[in-house]
Design a protein around this ligand. Structure first.
Ligand code: NAD
Length: 503
């Protein structure tokens, strides 16, 4: 079945080759562009050309100190602390409008930094960034506490108050979007922020801070320090002036962050990796399920924490489904991400490219059957760009690395199952619990899975759909705490309890 070739396209001048405006290679601290204490800059690389396309400040612990101090001052500044919630809401709403107005530029920067298609960045992600700010703008005026019955003539109140200075650390797969997941609720709840984006994809986060200032955020409310995880991220996680860390990234780094944050008893939210099961029953709408399986794993080149990287298919339709899947995968165009019609761009960086190819090699050696793909397309596409074919393995051993480890690339492991119990057993045969999906026309069965699957997000007859109002987070090694929705308010507020004694 491997015979079908992926459609490729030569690298050519594409619609996305205009010149977006780049942010300065500086941190954004206390409302200003600030040089790093080190005086050093580092390049940011375009995975489609393998060339530097911009520069970033190389931050370190002293820069984190400056940003944390600015955030602490801003927390006590009446210009922010006493700002009426409705005014805070207006600033967030205005920030959303500025993001919309700069959509094309921001999308282009995101595509150059990550290799994601311009279609996805300009039509889906940047608009969603604006939606998230609008959604949380709405919460500013609704952060209500409660009235609690107390003995005698006393009256009890609970008041929601900001947690304080929030250190937000984000990965490279959805740079501005995941920053918005954290920055918007943190600000809506009245906190101040030091944001540390991935050193590979910091450009749009820097713009987020500058647009925030333009929208009216007082200086120091939203700071961005760029640099590596070991130099900036670790300093932020250990900083005594930071009250909360919200981290999205790999499980391994997440564990270390929790350890570091323990010394200063920071509150911690961890959004980590996954190996999510996408379960297809024989009675499912076949066309929709094939499409769902493909989007589940190949959307954003598989660099999605919730990717449906384990496809579980009912035995009776297994062979037929695999054929349909391979045929559909062969129609996905791989190529320069700014080109019209391209569905799969290059993976985000060289290390990732090597690690995905190595996982594919190990998959071959493990005895799994390669149904489609499995090759680098770098040479086919002009010798530059970290391109990898969408890859599908069948008959994957449930205990093998292909079925257990997060590959974080366009590699799908397909496993057959016999019945509902078998599907559930396989679905749970992992240390993660981020997302899952079930494809069936049987409502009763779907509800059974919804009630029993141990996963933070469960889709029924859908995959990879997100909404600002629906909380997102994981179980097990996928972390804890929730971003988005009303649940995010709990992550960024603390209750104060008040006892009012009469008589
Ligand atoms: P990563 O863990 O390597 O890095 C994430 C962030 O942490 C980056 O900003 C990095 O600089 C920083 N960092 C690295 N080492 C650090 C340290 N010692 N101390 C503090 N900060 C440090 O992850 P990545 O490679 O950027 O992203 C891919 C991973 O992110 C995947 O595992 C993916 O599943 C996960 N992810 C999870 C979600 C989710 O919501 N659960 C969403 C997207 C990505």
């Amino acid at each position: 079945m491997r015979a079908m070739a992926v459609q490729t396209s030569p690298p050519e001048k594409a619609p996305g080759t205009g010149s977006p405006e780049y942010p300065p290679a500086r941190h954004f601290i206390a409302g200003e562009w600030v040089d790093p204490v080190s005086g050093q800059k580092v390049a940011t690389i375009d995975p489609a050309t393998e060339e530097a396309h911009g520069e970033l400040a190389r931050g370190g612990p002293e820069d984190v100190d400056r940003a944390a101090a600015a955030a602490a001052r801003a927390l006590e500044d009446p210009a922010w602390r006493d700002l009426p919630p409705a005014r805070r809401a207006r600033i967030l709403w205005r920030l959303a409008e500025l993001v919309d107005a700069r959509r094309q530029d921001l999308a282009l920067l995101e595509t150059r930094d990550t290799g994601k298609t311009l279609f996805d960045s300009s039509r889906i992600e940047i608009p969603l960034v604006a939606e998230i700010f609008r959604y949380f703008a709405g919460w500013c005026t609704k952060l209500e506490g409660g009235v609690v019955p107390l003995p005698g003539q006393a009256l009890g109140l609970t008041l929601r108050t900001p947690v304080g200075v929030c250190g937000l650390i984000t990965p490279w797969n959805f740079p501005m979007l995941l920053a918005a997941w954290k920055v918007a609720p943190a600000l809506a709840c009245g906190n101040t922020v030091v944001l540390k984006p991935s050193e590979q994809t910091s450009l749009t986060s820097l713009w987020m801070a500058a647009l925030g200032a333009e929208a009216g955020l007082p200086p120091g409310v939203l700071n961005v320090v760029t640099g590596s995880g070991s130099e900036v991220g670790a300093a932020l996680a250990a900083h005594p002036g930071v009250h909360k860390i919200s981290f999205t990234g790999s499980t391994e780094v997440g564990r270390g962050i929790q350890r570091q944050a323990a010394d200063t008893l920071k509150r911690v939210t961890l959004e980590l990796g996954g190996k999510s099961p996408n379960i297809v029953f024989a009675d499912a709408d076949r066309k929709a399920a094939v499409r769902g399986a493909l989007t589940g794993i190949f959307y954003n080149k598989g660099e999605v924490c919730a990717a449906g990287s384990r496809l579980l298919v009912e035995r009776t339709i297994y062979d037929e489904f695999l054929e349909q899947l391979a045929a559909a995968a062969s129609r996905m165009r791989v190529g320069p991400p700014a080109e019209e019609g391209v569905r799969v761009g290059p993976v985000c960086n060289e290390a990732q490219y090597r690690s995905v190819l190595e996982a594919i090699e190990e998959g071959r050696r493990s005895g799994a059957r390669l149904v489609f793909g499995g090759r680098s397309l770098r040479e086919d596409l002009g010798g530059r760009g970290w391109y990898i074919e969408p890859t599908i393995f069948a008959e994957v051993d449930p205990d093998s690395r292909l079925a257990q480890e997060e590959i974080f690339g366009p590699v799908l492991a397909v496993l057959p199952f016999e019945d509902e119990e078998d599907a559930l057993r396989l679905a749970h045969h992992t240390r993660y619990g981020l997302a899952a999906a079930v494809w069936t026309r049987d409502l009763d069965r779907a509800l059974g899975f919804v009630q029993r699957l141990r996963a933070g997000t469960i889709w029924v007859n859908a995959y990879n759909l997100y909404d600002p109002a629906l909380p997102f987070g994981g179980f097990g090694d996928s972390g804890f705490g929730r971003d988005l929705g009303r649940a995010a308010l709990d992550a960024y507020t603390e209750f104060r309890s008040v006892w009012i004694q009469r008589g």
